[in-house]
Ligand binder design. Sequence first.
Ligand code: 13P
Length: 251
Amino acid sequence: MRKPIIAGNWKMNKTATEAVKLINELKPLVERAKPEVVVCVPYTALWAAGEALEGSKIKLGAENVAWADSGAFTGEISAEMLLEAGVEYVIIGHSERRQYFGETDESVNKRLKQALKLGLKPIVCVGETLEEREKNRTRRVLKKQVLEGFKDISAEDFKDIVIAYEPVWAIGTGKTATAEDANKTIGFIRSLVRKVWGAETAKALRIQYGGSMKPGNAKELMAMRHIDGGLIGGASLVAKDFADIVNYKER
Ligand code: 13P
């Protein structure tokens, strides 16, 4: 059985002070959560968030990581820096990074290898745009993102990897893929992984859905066979909403 994992992606929201406030609201609400719970926060809030999370079961995540150990990479943050701040998970290849900051499958692959080398757990994002979907290219796009993004990654490494399937057209738009549709596409991603990395790897791999996931649709999405969690944007900025998603089973 795969343990569900619900992660918040705060994106470029919350100062360190605001992060502490949100975490303190969130903590009591998810105390008895069954899924693994992660909050991925902006770099400047990591230290404060890490301290606020001490003693709680919520894990700390970052939103990106550099591919190099250290050196002349202005504006980048290394895996070692993240680890010292108490980070366990890191989002890699979010569609907003691909769309606005030139992230490619190749750079995703480099960041992924670095995260694994240093012992961070990557949440690797894949997903098609609206145009790609309308041209019936979803599977082709996902195949490329998976094969190139995970190039030279071993089956062993997959133990620490989470994939987030986020259809770009569903992010922040209020449009969600139907649960059946998301399940089918995530099933396709799992079958790709099976072909390259084997049945055991595919069976154990956790794949999240992301894109306008809310308290109102979490239960239906999470009931699907291939959906093992959620990567939550907007709703993760409101303690009650995020907690209601985390506690989807009890509601
Ligand atoms: P929303 O939940 O705001 O649609 O964002 C999804 C997302 O991009 C999470 O990484």
